[in-house]
Design a protein around this ligand. Structure first.
Ligand code: T5A
Length: 216
């Protein structure tokens, strides 16, 4: 059984465009936290439950029918409602740490920034679905769309990855705007070699852990 270092669980998210290295660095953070004795739940969005993973498949499948920005946002938040209420909140209530690949910052970036959905709609849906629950820390991995997409060029592209570069430029601009306006967001230049990015991710996590230790 894992040693409990700290009673209150913390919620950490990884954000960024396609192929910037979220999944890779999520594993690194999970290892850092596990070595410190924290009980860590690693999860992702859209997904993290059976139903939410099914919604993910619907969202990512390429299709001829145009998906409206509102329909896309509602699907994302349907998956999130299930994930938050059946996985994230119970884990945090047990004192576990939750490490999540994407969360609502993705919706601001993709559905509002990328698709042009009114930001007020995303704010309203976020308030309905998770109220005041926001990550304690978010690491935003920033890289130009071309740089990151080149890293995943050899795999089959889903519905989002098939979008033109202009879409990902808007996604990136929306992410950078959130990184500037939300104090919990730490922006890291992910266009550099993985070792440099991971060193910055490690440093940011260590700083966060030092703050947690001080507040304990
Ligand atoms: N979505 C999601 C919305 O539209 N709204 C929402 O609210 C939410 C939650 C989900 C899709 O759903 C959309 C956005 C997405 O399009 P996803 O699978 O979570 O899709 O997201 P992706 O970004 O597509 O995930 P990827 O696996 O492609 O990207 P990662 O996780 O950022 O990248 P990773 O770690 O797998 O790395 C990709 C490759 O690059 C290498 C890795 O080794 C790997 O081979 N790499 C590097 N290479 C060189 N230098 C570095 N610094 C590197 N970092 C990683």
């Amino acid at each position: 059984m894992k040693r409990r270092v700290e009673q209150r669980g913390r919620f950490i998210t990884l954000e960024g465009g396609e192929g910037v290295g979220k999944t890779t660095n999520l594993r690194l953070i999970g290892d850092i936290l596990a070595r410190r004795g924290y009980d860590v739940l690693v999860t992702r969005e859209p997904g993290g439950t059976t139903l939410a993973e099914e919604i993910r498949e619907v969202l990512l499948a390429r299709r001829d029918e145009r998906v409206t920005p509102l329909a896309e946002a509602l699907l994302v938040f349907a998956a999130r409602a299930q994930h938050v209420h059946t996985v994230i909140e119970p884990a945090l209530a047990e004192g576990r740490w939750v490490l999540c690949d994407r969360f609502t910052d993705s919706t601001f970036a993709y559905q509002s920034g990328g698709r042009g959905l009114d930001v007020a709609i995303v704010e309203q849906l976020a308030a309905w679905v998770h109220g005041t629950r926001w990550p304690d820390m978010t690491l935003y991995l920033d890289a130009p769309a071309g740089t990151a997409m080149a890293r995943i060029a050899d795999r089959d592209h889903d519905r989002f990855e098939g979008e033109p570069k202009a879409f990902f430029d808007r996604v990136r601009a929306a992410y950078r705007e959130r990184a500037r306006s939300e104090a919990r967001v730490v922006e890291i230049d992910a266009s550099r070699p993985l070792a440099d990015v991971s060193a910055d991710v490690t440093a940011a996590v260590e700083r966060f852990l030092a703050g947690v230790a001080c507040s304990a």
